[in-house]
Design a protein around this ligand. Structure first.
Ligand code: TYC
Length: 108
């Protein structure tokens, strides 16, 4: 009598297992603006309006948060978009000779 060694189940009723592969959501990245002592407040407000699509009042509020707390999250994006925002802000600040810093951090 065969022990059915080539049968993947080997004749053993075993336990039915099914591995559920869940599709992971792509990680999101926080884009943060950092405070410094030199970049003019109006310039930061302009950056927020221009690159983050917020209105003037919201931009002013975010700028003040950064000024008082040292940094603030200005948006959460996919990696590609976050990287682009950071590059745009850094390039714009550099072209205007302001030391404004913008960074990204993976969201947990
Ligand atoms: N601290 C700056 C000033 O007093 C203003 C400022 C705000 C700079 C936010 C950077 O991300 C920043 N002129």
């Amino acid at each position: 009598m065969s022990d059915r060694t080539d049968d993947p189940d080997n004749g053993d009723p075993g336990v039915a297992t099914k591995t559920r592969t869940r599709t992971q959501r792509p990680p999101m990245y926080k884009v943060m603006l950092l405070n410094d002592d030199f970049t003019p407040m109006e310039f930061v407000v302009h950056v927020l309006e221009r690159f983050f699509g917020v209105n003037h009042a919201q931009a002013f509020e975010i700028m003040l948060t950064v000024h008082k707390k040292g940094l603030a999250v200005v948006g959460v994006f996919s990696y590609e978009i976050a990287e682009t925002k950071v590059a745009q802000v850094m390039d714009f600040a550099r072209r205007h000779q302001h030391p404004l810093q913008c960074t990204l951090e993976k969201e947990e």
